[in-house]
Design a protein around this ligand. Sequence first.
Ligand SMILES: [Zn+2]
Ligand SMILES: [Zn+2]
Length: 129
Amino acid sequence: METRNTKQKETIKVILSRPENRLHPTINEIIKMVEKEDNSIGQATIYRQVNRLVKDNILKRIPTKEGFRYDITSFLHGHFVCQKCGRIIDLYDKNYQVLITELENKYSIKIHESNLINEGICEECNGKV
Ligand SMILES: [Zn+2]
Ligand SMILES: [Zn+2]
């Protein structure tokens, strides 16, 4: 049973790691992706395995207005959520790590998780593309 669990978790991880799937899917989108690929994994199992991956710190949960979205990108980064179309863009910059380090020093804390979420209008909705 444990082996089967591990295998299912691994399958979900592999599917989510593909570049085309790194768009911060919702749980329903994850279920669709996994079912398309391996219909032996039931919905309840997908839910359970996704929660495990969150617990294991492999998947991150990003709260948005339409519910949680999931992110497998492991390096420290922030997010931009478009208020019009809902798309999520990863934001990273060398200064991001610098800022975290500075905050850690200033407050004598250790930051393990950073969920900087910025909301606004994306390039596409802004009519620039
Ligand atoms: Zn947009
Ligand atoms: Zn992300």
